[in-house]
Ligand binder design. Structure first.
Ligand SMILES: [Zn+2]
Length: 68
């Protein structure tokens, strides 16, 4: 399986390309952007947002800051 996110047009299901992506905070937890349907017969375009909602496994790097 590919690790890359595949975006689909909500109208026709074809591949939708990220036209623009803007990071809204310092850590990259929240991004907003514009999606463009790649099917010329459809032509749909809309906005999306990407949010990291939860930490399930803490970083080994940042955990070192706390008590061992
Ligand atoms: Zn489409």
């Amino acid at each position: 399986m590919k690790s890359q996110m595949r975006n689909k047009c909500p109208e026709c299901g074809a591949y939708a390309r990220i036209r623009k992506s803007e990071q809204m905070d310092e850590r990259g937890l929240y991004k907003v952007g514009v999606l463009d349907c790649m099917d010329a017969d459809c032509g749909w375009r809309g906005t999306f947002d990407f949010t990291i909602t939860k930490t399930l496994v803490s970083s080994m790097k940042t955990a070192k800051r706390g008590k061992a």
